[in-house]
Ligand binder design. Structure first.
Ligand code: GLN
Length: 275
């Protein structure tokens, strides 16, 4: 069989499963197995089998990122799988803002609720600044550790396994020491948890659910970590598209002057302020 025939088969399988991105995803599956190649190249039996197995898993709803076991974020490769939030392209914007700030100010920073580690690792690799990445979940933490190694960031990242609100974690960071505090915490509210897309249901609830109104983590992060940020430091968090106003108010309550930044789809995605 040649690539173009396989592509047609997979596209049809994905289309039948209700996948709107079937052309892009069929191409991604073939590229994952065979690499970049021409449409008239012949496949080995093993390549064919591998592609079909991936397509079947995808047709059942599993996210492509878990099927591949890795995903690109900001040009770096991150290992992902069940138990860890998949890095999303919107989050690259948070990294960009942090990189911009840290290139001017210098200094260490923190990534709270680090998950796969994509934010801390990306910003550290881009700026050469040191990061403390904190993650509670056992499974996610093992991805964080492997991603640090995969991206040659051992010298830059200190990975801490624990609850960001636990005294033992908070005490690891000196007061007034950080030049930036970054976080993409769980922020989906109770109502939206029930309406999650089929793919997102494969991802850990602990990485998504932010309490009844989705704001639990912001409330506590701002109050707990304000004292760790230097004057002139950047506090920047990713938010759900409807949380811009509420999260800004929470930042104002602790004396900051936040701005809301929209993502490439025009949706509110980041709230940030300089202390
Ligand atoms: N962006 C994710 C979603 O919309 C949520 C991630 C999070 O809660 N931090 O599904």
């Amino acid at each position: 069989m040649v690539i173009s025939d396989l592509k047609k088969q997979i596209e049809q399988m994905l289309l039948d499963s209700g996948n709107e991105d079937f052309q892009f995803e069929a191409r991604e599956i073939i590229r994952e197995v065979v690499g970049r190649c021409y449409d008239d190249k012949s496949l080995t039996d093993t390549e064919y089998e591998k592609c079909m197995q991936m397509a079947q898993r995808r047709a059942k709803g599993e996210p492509l990122q878990y099927i591949f076991g890795h995903w690109e974020f900001y040009g770096y490769d991150f290992l992902v799988g069940e138990g860890v939030l998949i890095p999303r392209s919107e989050t690259e914007l948070l990294c960009e803002k942090a990189i911009e700030h840290l290139k001017k100010s210098g200094g260490g920073f923190a990534d709270l609720c680090a998950g796969s580690g994509c934010i801390g690792i990306t910003v550290a690799r881009q700026t050469g600044e040191k990061c403390i990445s904190v993650e509670l979940s056992e499974k996610a933490f093992s991805y964080l550790e492997r991603n640090i190694t995969l991206n040659n960031a051992e010298r830059l990242i200190t990975a801490v396994k624990g609850d960001i609100f636990d005294k033992s974690v908070i005490e690891k960071i000196a007061d007034d020491s950080l030049s930036a505090i970054l976080s993409n915490p769980p922020y989906v509210n109770k109502r939206d948890m029930e309406k999650l897309q089929a793919e997102v249901r494969y991802e850990p609830e602990t990485a998504l659910f932010g309490g009844d109104d989705g704001l639990d983590y912001y409330r506590r992060i701002f109050k707990t970590y304000d004292k760790k940020l230097k004057k002139g430091g950047l506090f920047a968090v990713e938010i759900g598209e409807e949380q811009g106003r509420a999260v800004s108010l929470l930042m104002e309550e602790i004396g900051y002057n936040p701005i809301i930044i929209k993502d490439y789809s025009g949706l509110d995605r980041i709230v940030m302020a300089v202390k």
